[in-house]
Design a protein around this ligand. Structure first.
Ligand code: NDP
Ligand code: GDR
Length: 345
């Protein structure tokens, strides 16, 4: 029997890597996509096969985490073996501008999906994209037992989703897990997250198309891993015998300034000649430091990251420089992990 998975957020960074991973493992993959007036599927276009073709194993369905009835009918129709809830308003600073919308999507959206599983009467394994942002003001190192102290509407919505996922596990015996993932990046990362903002700017500055880069707080510490490795961890969380919650991280912390230095240096540039401060990128409340302890995932899932932050910065700069030179999307033309490692010798 071919296994079926449903991914919300399939058009996002993680959704695209997870879809690739599951297709490579022989799954039939279903993705929830939002109707928009312009195409929003560029991260997964390379995976798409016309559904009239008998070989097609990726199917996209219109829907939204704000539309519970649609989620019920979709789940009843597809009857997936695994559901990955990656859909969210995922930008922390934007969540201060749109706290209600963020709560509706990133918080209640999870409850709608959990409830839809129950109402559709299906047996499925459920993955919730929980976040290190839930730890917020609690100092590092953070692991599965660290208390939550969210510092943004986004973080608070993720804490709500975390507990709802745990509650459905305990109340209804559902195989529902929280993956508490620390920041993970890639050439497919959204352009307004700090790493990608930096690596795109480095490529543009190197090509003479830009001279300045406006940034916010450079002192924040983050634990940045490589997204393609993290989706493997998500999948492993659903393959074990008992549902549980796991941290995925690299156990190393770097400041935004460190990331800037690494990225600019790799292109032969000095960041101090180009970076300027703009207070609009500050958050009303900041998360100062996140560094994750992934020992439990290592022990129980045999999961371990191989790409650390400095290597990740170089990989992303290479991909953005190549994309700029060849006029393509970094996620389609880019240096993927294998080829990059071969290039790096
Ligand atoms: P992205 O922002 O790249 O992708 C978010 C996805 O959610 C997109 O596919 C987006 O669709 C979709 N989406 C947004 N709103 C809705 C909605 N109302 N209904 C249905 N789908 C919606 O996020 P990432 O891939 O980086 O992250 C995936 C998940 O993991 C998110 O939940 C994020 O909060 C969480 N997370 C991410 C971490 C990271 O470092 N990347 C770390 C920890 C957790 P569209 O393309 O149409 O906008
Ligand atoms: P984060 O990621 O808030 O950790 O959430 P982001 O890349 O937006 O910020 C990281 C840190 O960089 C500082 N910063 C800036 N951030 C942005 N975006 N733009 C800037 O110009 C800038 N200058 C400094 C921020 O203040 C912050 O400290 C990400 C998202 O993917 C969430 O969905 C996910 O849950 C968490 O990671 C784990």
């Amino acid at each position: 029997m071919v296994k079926k998975a449903l991914i919300t957020g399939i058009t996002g960074q993680d959704g695209s890597y997870l879809a690739e991973l599951l297709l490579s493992k022989g799954y039939e993959v279903h993705g929830l996509i939002r109707r928009s007036s312009t195409f929003n599927t560029s991260r997964i276009d390379h995976l798409y096969v016309d559904p009239h073709n008998s070989k097609a194993r990726l199917f996209l369905h219109y829907g939204d985490l704000s539309d519970g009835a649609r989620l019920v009918t979709l789940l009843a129709d597809i009857r997936p073996d695994e559901v990955y809830n990656l859909g969210a308003q995922s930008h922390v600073r934007v969540s201060f501008d749109e706290p209600e919308h963020t709560g509706n999507t990133t918080g209640i959206g999870t409850t709608r999906l959990l409830e839809a599983v129950r109402m559709a009467g299906i047996e499925t394994r459920f993955y919730q994209a929980s976040s290190s942002e839930m730890f917020g003001a609690t100092p590092p190192p953070q692991d599965e037992a660290t208390p939550f102290y969210p510092r943004s509407p986004y973080g608070a919505a993720k804490v709500y989703s975390y507990w709802m996922t745990k509650n459905y596990r305990e109340a209804y015996g559902m195989f529902a897990v929280n993956g508490i993932l620390f920041n993970h990046e890639s050439p497919r990362r959204g352009e307004t997250f700090v790493t990608r903002k930096i690596t795109r700017a480095v490529a543009a500055i190197k090509a003479g198309k830009q001279s300045e880069l406006y940034m916010g707080n450079l002192q924040a510490i983050r634990d940045w891993g490589y997204a393609a490795e993290y989706v493997e961890g998500m999948w492993r969380m659903l393959q074990v015998d008992e549902p549980d919650d796991y941290v995925l991280a690299t156990n190393e912390g770097y400041t935004v300034k460190d990331f800037l230095e690494n990225a600019f240096e790799h292109a032969g540039l000095n960041w101090e000649n180009h970076v300027r401060f703009d207070e609009r990128y500050l958050r009303p409340t900041e998360v100062e430091a996140l560094i994750g302890d992934y020992s439990k995932a290592k022990e129980k899932l045999n999961w371990e990251p191989t790409v650390r932050t400095p290597e990740l910065a170089r990989l992303m700069v290479d991909a953005d420089m190549e994309a700029l030179q060849h006029g393509g999307n970094p996620w389609i033309d880019s240096v993927d992990l294998q080829t990059w490692k071969a290039l790096a010798g």
